[in-house]
Design a protein around this ligand. Structure first.
Ligand SMILES: *[C@@H]1O[C@H](CO)[C@@H](O)[C@H](O)[C@H]1NC(C)=O
Length: 108
């Protein structure tokens, strides 16, 4: 698990892409980062319905390269602009890990 995560983070930074690639792996046939099965192998801590209300309808699915719902890691600042907030991401990891595909880094 730890080795896999390290590899994923190293691969992401090596390619100079954004780092919201937790629980993703390179799919050589697509030449894209896709969600690994470990991304969604857990349950949300909040109910699925509450996670859907907070994060919207987009679900992370294994093998998909679609971005996470922006509410999984972004919020509006005081200036009204959408940007990434580590705290929002931590909350998503803690409360809606399945919804956001963060199962590989959420505590069980
Ligand atoms: C996302 O997952 C939830 C909970 O399993 C489900 O109720 C909902 O229909 C799914 N949404 C989409 C767009 O597939």
């Amino acid at each position: 698990m730890f080795l896999l995560l390290t590899f994923v983070l190293a691969a992401a930074s090596a390619m100079g892409q954004d780092l919201n690639q937790e629980c993703m792996v390179m799919d050589p046939s697509l030449n894209k980062m896709v969600y690994s099965p470990l991304a969604t192998q857990c349950e949300n801590k909040n109910s699925d319905l509450i996670c859907e209300m907070i994060m919207g309808s987009v679900n992370v699915t294994t093998g998909s390269s679609a971005p996470r719902a922006s509410n999984c890691y972004k919020g509006y600042g005081e200036d009204g602009k959408l940007r990434e907030y580590p705290q929002i991401k931590q909350d998503a990891i803690a409360y809606c890990p399945k919804k956001c595909g963060y199962c590989c880094i959420s505590s069980k």
